[in-house]
Design a protein around this ligand. Structure first.
Ligand code: F6P
Length: 356
């Protein structure tokens, strides 16, 4: 068999561990298999930029962050748009697939990547995909690889802030990644003992946020820590149309939501605020043990789909078991935090404020 492999979109800690899982299983199960690694995601497939991989390429990479074949963002919206030079991306990808006589494409990526994987499936290519993202927002799987490693890093950031916040008696905001969803902030916030957690799924009322801080002050607590998702949104902004909100963000003087929240808290409480943004460190470093296991399982299970010639699916995990989810079902859907789920109720029972 000849298998093409690519990693697309933002990187994360356990892309290599996942590719290793796929490769090891294929090399173990098949006598004759060749893996072609496309460089920098879909770009490599479009422009025939690839490397013939050897078993040794997949050795020693279980603990290595990033991706050994590189990645890039190729927006799904642009996939069917013909370039000014007449370049047809979809046709080019199909051409490379046929020219290299591939039996299947193994695609590792998040939401946009899964949409393009589904497009290629619709175009007749054999596709098997794996759920990568620190955001944990892929529909159809309880967990994505990269998420737990990012939770560890964001939690460490909050832990470090804790000692400084306690010493100085200030209000600290730690802004956490997660794109349009709050999984990473919710988990890191709870793990780091944040007092207030603001996520996009629960629009906040700034007065309630200020009240939560003042309540702590009255109780004699010298500091407060807020874990704020990069996509956190106020109740007023959530009432705007998408277009109006975009225009508001474009005109904003603040570098990110946390600075606006910080300013408004300062005005309401008179307390001193500091903002910390761990940013891309959340995608870096070595995968945590949970991700190493999950990625190895995903890899082996995805390879099994190839051996079964069961194409057109993303591998996922449900209640601890590997599941095959049709790409047609996954593409275009977001898995968001349910504001009425038990974890939110439990967090509130602990006294954490969501500003609602
Ligand atoms: O999807 C992963 C992610 O890290 C998001 O949490 C974040 O919004 C985005 O990627 C950042 O993208 P980029 O690396 O392109 O700046």
């Amino acid at each position: 068999m000849r298998i093409g492999m690519l990693t697309s979109g933002g990187d994360c800690q356990s892309l290599n561990a996942t590719m290793r899982g796929v490769a090891k299983t294929l090399y173990n199960e098949l006598k004759d298999v060749e893996i072609i690694g496309f460089l920098e995601g879909y770009k490599g497939l479009m422009y025939e930029d690839y490397k013939v991989m050897k078993p040794r390429d997949f050795s020693g990479i279980l603990t290595e962050g990033g991706t050994i074949i590189g990645t890039s963002r190729q927006p799904f919206k642009q996939m069917r748009v013909i370039g000014e030079d007449g370049f047809d991306k979809v046709a080019a990808m199909k051409k490379t697939y046929k020219k290299l006589n591939l039996d299947c494409l193994v695609i590792l990526g998040g939401n946009g990547t899964q949409k393009t994987a589904n497009l290629l499936r619709e175009e007749g290519l054999n596709v098997v995909s794996l759920p990568k993202t620190i955001d944990n927002d892929l529909w159809g799987t309880d967990m994505t690889f990269g998420f737990q490693s990012a939770v560890n890093i964001a939690t460490e950031a909050i832990d470090c802030i804790h000692t400084t916040a306690a010493s100085h008696g200030r209000v600290f905001i730690v802004e956490v990644m997660g794109h349009k969803v709050g999984w990473l902030t919710l988990h890191a916030g709870m793990a780091g003992g944040a007092d207030i957690i603001l996520i996009p799924e629960i629009p906040y009322d700034i007065d309630k946020v200020a009240q939560a801080i003042e309540k702590r002050t009255k109780e004699g607590k010298r500091f407060s820590i807020l874990a704020v998702a990069e996509g956190a949104i106020s109740k007023e902004d959530a009432a705007l149309s998408k277009k109006e909100y975009k225009a508001k963000l474009a005109a904003s003087v603040y570098p990110s939501v946390s600075y606006e929240i910080g300013k408004r808290i300062e005005e309401k409480t008179g307390q001193e605020i500091r903002v910390t943004i761990p940013g891309h460190t959340q995608r870096g470093g070595s995968p945590c043990p949970y991700d190493r296991v999950l990625s190895s399982r995903f890899g082996a299970a995805a390879a099994k789909m190839i051996l079964d010639k069961d194409f057109g699916n993303m591998i996922g995990i449900k209640n601890g078991e590997m599941v095959r989810i049709p790409l047609a079902d996954v593409a275009g859907k977001l898995k968001m935090v349910n504001p009425d789920s038990s974890i939110i109720h439990e967090a509130k029972a602990l006294g954490i404020s969501f500003g609602d």
